[in-house]
Design a protein around this ligand. Sequence first.
Ligand code: NAD
Length: 236
Amino acid sequence: MRPGFSMKNIVVLSGAGISAESGIRTFRDGDGLWRTHRFQDLATPQAWEKNPHLVLEFYNERRKQLFEVQPNEGHKALVRLEQHFITDIVTQNVDDLHERAGSGRVLHLHGELKKARSTKNPNLVYTLDNWELKWGDKCEEGSQLRPHIVWFGEAVPNIGLAIQIVRQADIMIVVGTSLQVYPAAGLLDYAKNSIPVYLVDPKAEAPYYMKNVVTIREKAGIGLPKLVDELIEKYG
Ligand code: NAD
């Protein structure tokens, strides 16, 4: 860090697009999961009530795939930021690729695929050591375990913490998210006025109301390493 400068705080808001190059499908692109599956049948409390076997199978498939994929150059580039800046990642992703790349401060807004929790006591959360969560797998209090995922229609318990993190940002990077799922998409509204915001997404569109936005229309694996070099050169 240069003398006389205090360490800048960078907050990264990531979405499914950052994991696309690792081989995990996004939700809303042409080949996205919600083009071939109805989220109402799989990712809602009603779906769980109606057909828990189908819901378990859907998440088991996703989890199985997660054990087979690796972090990509985009995830790895963000790890380098930590050597120069206070870096927080707020992710909508349920994969663990940021952590496996080596990022230290990762807040998951929509849950974590490799975890299960009790259907009765939400404080009982377990890390799974293999991909399969079965009907009949129970918590220590004897209730069925469900995927530790925030489903459509459920509250987002970490949103308050995410707002606090975004309020501290001196610079924001938004990568691989269509900014369509609330409340996550509204997080940008809490950033300090006119801080630099970098959008990295092949389809990036700057929100009309935001000043100081730089759009980088590239895949995360290409755009992020370049952006990280630039930020280290400019502010690190
Ligand atoms: P989304 O599918 O709505 O949008 C994905 C965005 O990524 C699009 O804007 C697309 O242009 C962009 N993109 C595609 N390939 C890219 C690449 N190589 N580099 C950079 N950007 C790329 O996803 P979202 O906005 O994250 O939607 C939120 C929901 O999707 C969340 O609920 C999240 O939990 C869920 N989700 C998570 C995963 C995961 O954990 N990996 C995967 C699919 C969906």
